[in-house]
Each structure stands twice: as structure tokens, then as C-alpha cells.
Design a protein around this ligand. Structure first.
Ligand code: UTP
Length: 289
């Protein structure tokens, strides 16, 4: 079984749900506490052992490339001021030379198309796909939990989490035949099932491990919902010939592409930081009085 060494981050979307904040600033650079959303997701991938980080960017997204580059002037200034903690943090956050690749999706034709844009950089090996606006907060990072599962089953994996029964129509839902196992074989996937028809309440969380066969399918994939090339459509075809497993993530998932999800993520991530949490708890109590 080939190791999962590479991760793809599609960051070419327009972020229309978050205008006007995202007019000039990519939504992936909005901060949750003091780190851009994309940094949280790259941290997750690195902690799972990913060695190469592939960003599918678009127009107005060059700031993401700058964020993952070294900043000599800033480093020299921090050194001159003996700010060793900040310097060490910058060092830790910046991928090593040659460990990043950037390609552009010239038109936002959908998530499936964005993933297909990474085909030559990924090559003929399994890869992780992380949707950067979905933040996963848990004791063990989501992709780590998935790679641990993948090492036992191989094939394709999808991260899932439990949502309320009255919310299932908003998500991609998987059917695992009622299994309560952490890693369970997927029998079926449905994108945004009509109310009351979902086979389970397990929603696709924006984390995947995919085999490279997905690229041939994406290349031929016709436009689907919303006139976009949908990843789910090609995954459904791939699932006819290759196994897919769901990994039930132990933790909380926040959709930072929505206002409510973004605000909730900021609260949850601040409360998870022991140097901020006590004062922040007090500040919230004051506001709620
Ligand atoms: P979303 O649909 O959540 O992102 O896509 P969006 O289109 O940027 O947001 P809204 O709905 O207009 O507010 C999920 C992920 O896929 C990427 C997005 O950047 C996001 O990380 N994506 C989406 C692309 O890279 N290209 C696309 O054509 C569409």
C-alpha cells in the first residue's frame, strides 16, 4: 500500500458567503484566533505526516503563497529584538523548501475541477484532500485519525461527523449500514438528500484520502449541481470499483465559510488555548450579562 505523502488544498473559491470581507482578502486568510484558517489546516496535515502541500489557488489568492514563504526582513527584525518565541513559531509554521506547490484554477468551475487541476503534481499515488474552510478541532487531528484508518483498510476514505437529523439536507451524507464502528465501509453517498430521506446523520466533513484513479473520472465528469464539476459525482463512480470507508471524526467541525461557523470556530479555538481561555471566558460572560 502506498503511503499518503501529499495533500491538496483547494483555495480557488470566491467565498461569496463572506462578502465583503472576501472581496480583496481570501477567506482562507481570515484568522481564527491568531492563525489564518489555512494555517490551521496545513498544521493538521503536517501533524498527520504529510510531506508535500499542494495549493490550488486562483486570482487574488497570491497572499496565501506569501504566507507560506519565508520573510527575511521580518525574521531579521525579530532576531534584532530578541523575539525568539515569535521567530521559532514562524519557523515551525513555514513548510520546508520544496515542500509546497501552487497551481491555479483559472476559473472557479467547482471543487471537482479544482482537485483535477492538481493531477500532475499529485501523480500516481494516493493523496489527502482537505477543504480549508472546514476546521476540525479534536484531541487527535482528523487527518491523523484517517491515515491511521487508511493504514488498515487502504482504498479511499472520507471523514464524517454527526449532524442533527433536521440538518442532513444541507450536507453530503454517507450510508454505513447502521455501523457504529469508527472506520466503516460506505454503502452509499447522497449529496444534500431531501428532508426526511437521509440514510444516516453522518455528514462528509471536508477531509478525504483518494486514490489517483479519481483524476481520470474528474477529467470526463460532466457538470453537475450548480453547473459545477462536483467531486461527489466522480467519487460515486469510483465507489463502483474501489472501496470507500468513512472515518467518524471524534471532535467538532466548523464551517468557517459561513458567518456562524466562523464565529463559533473563533470561540471554540480561543477556549481551547489555555493562555487565553480564562480571560476570554470572563470577557464572554461580561458580554452575555
Ligand atoms: P465552497 O463552495 O465552500 O467555497 O467550496 P466558495 O465557492 O469559495 O464559497 P461560497 O459558497 O461562494 O461562499 C469548498 C472549497 O472548495 C474550493 C473553495 O475555495 C473551498 O475551499 N473551491 C470551490 C475551489 O477551489 N474552486 C471552485 O471552483 C470551487
Amino acid at each position: 500500500m502506498k503511503k499518503v505523502r501529499k495533500a491538496v488544498f483547494p483555495v480557488a473559491g470566491l467565498g461569496t458567503r463572506f462578502l465583503p470581507a472576501t472581496k480583496a482578502m481570501p477567506k482562507e486568510m481570515l484568522t481564527v484566533v491568531d492563525r489564518p484558517v489555512i494555517q490551521h489546516v496545513v498544521d493538521e496535515a503536517r501533524e498527520a505526516g504529510i510531506e508535500h502541500f499542494i495549493f490550488v489557488t486562483g486570482r487574488n489568492k497570491h497572499i496565501i503563497e506569501d504566507h507560506f514563504d519565508r520573510q527575511y526582513e521580518l525574521e531579521a527584525t525579530l532576531r534584532g529584538r530578541n523575539k525568539w518565541t515569535e521567530l521559532a513559531q514562524l519557523e515551525e509554521d513555514t513548510p520546508k523548501a520544496g515542500a509546497t506547490s501552487f497551481t491555479r484554477q483559472q476559473e472557479p468551475l467547482g471543487l471537482g475541477h479544482a482537485v483535477w487541476c492538481a493531477r500532475d503534481i499529485v501523480g500516481d499515488e494516493p493523496f489527502a484532500l482537505l477543504l480549508p474552510d472546514m476546521l476540525h478541532l479534536g484531541a487527535v487531528p482528523c487527518l491523523r485519525q484517517m491515515i491511521d484508518g487508511y493504514e488498515k483498510t487502504g482504498g479511499n476514505m472520507i471523514g464524517v461527523y454527526s449532524v442533527r437529523d433536521d440538518e442532513t439536507h444541507q450536507y453530503g451524507i454517507v450510508d454505513v449500514g447502521g455501523s457504529s464502528e469508527k472506520v466503516a465501509k460506505i454503502n452509499a453517498m447522497v449529496e444534500k438528500p431531501a428532508k426526511g430521506t437521509a440514510p444516516s446523520n453522518l455528514a462528509i466533513s471536508g477531509r478525504y484520502i483518494l486514490q489517483p484513479g479519481i483524476f481520470d473520472l474528474l477529467e470526463k465528469q460532466a457538470k453537475g449541481a450548480g453547473g459545477e464539476i462536483q467531486l461527489t459525482d466522480s467519487m460515486l463512480t469510483l465507489a463502483k470499483s474501489e472501496p470507500f470507508h468513512a472515518v467518524h471524526f471524534d471532535g467538532k467541525v466548523y464551517d468557517t465559510g459561513s458567518k456562524l461557523g466562523f464565529l463559533s470556530a473563533n470561540v471554540a479555538y480561543a477556549l481551547a488555548r489555555e493562555e487565553i481561555a480564562p480571560d476570554f471566558r470572563q470577557a464572554i460572560a461580561e458580554i452575555l450579562k
